[in-house]
Design a protein around this ligand. Structure first.
Ligand SMILES: *[C@@H]1O[C@H](CO)[C@@H](O)[C@H](O)[C@H]1NC(C)=O
Length: 149
């Protein structure tokens, strides 16, 4: 199936039908390694996020540190100004990660991103951080998105 999907992606750009495709992102200061970011559905980048829809976010990473907690911090960056983005649950340990996080462990942080109707129809950058016990970023990445009606 994986091979077939890759073929479809290459030939027909039907990747969306085959589930998650990693999105390209800009890394900020992450201590984790081998970070893969999946946002579904997002068949084409920049991701078009429609108001009133829910998006699935799955970030897989290998931790280089141990931590008993993990807390997500999400911002929308509009004209250089970071605006806090509300997510339903900021506790990474309740979002697919089995805590304590262990050094060299591979984890998937899985959550949803609701796009509210009140959001403006703009292009912006989303910055997603997951912080450890010491408030250091386990991962930090940024992707451009377009909010649409
Ligand atoms: C998250 O992504 C990883 C790596 O691509 C995958 O193994 C895992 O099954 C995904 N989890 C969910 C809930 O989609």
């Amino acid at each position: 199936m994986a091979v077939l999907c890759r073929l479809l992606v290459t030939l027909l750009s039907l990747g969306a039908l085959c589930g998650a495709e990693p999105v390209k992102f800009l890394e900020c200061e992450s201590t984790a390694e081998q970070i893969i970011v999946d946002i579904t559905p997002c068949p084409l980048q920049p991701c078009q996020l429609r108001k009133g829809q829910m998006y699935n976010v799955n970030v897989t990473f290998t931790s280089t540190t141990s931590s008993s907690t993990s807390k997500a911090d999400v911002h929308g960056i509009l004209s250089g100004i970071p605006v806090p983005f509300h997510i339903p649950n900021s506790d990474g340990c309740k979002s697919g990660i089995k805590c304590p996080i262990q050094k060299n462990g591979r984890y998937s942080y899985v959550t949803s991103l609701p796009v509210k109707d009140i959001y403006p129809t703009v292009k912006l950058e989303v910055k997603w951080e997951l912080k450890d016990d010491d408030d250091k970023d386990i991962f930090c990445w940024k992707i451009p998105i377009q909010i649409t009606d």
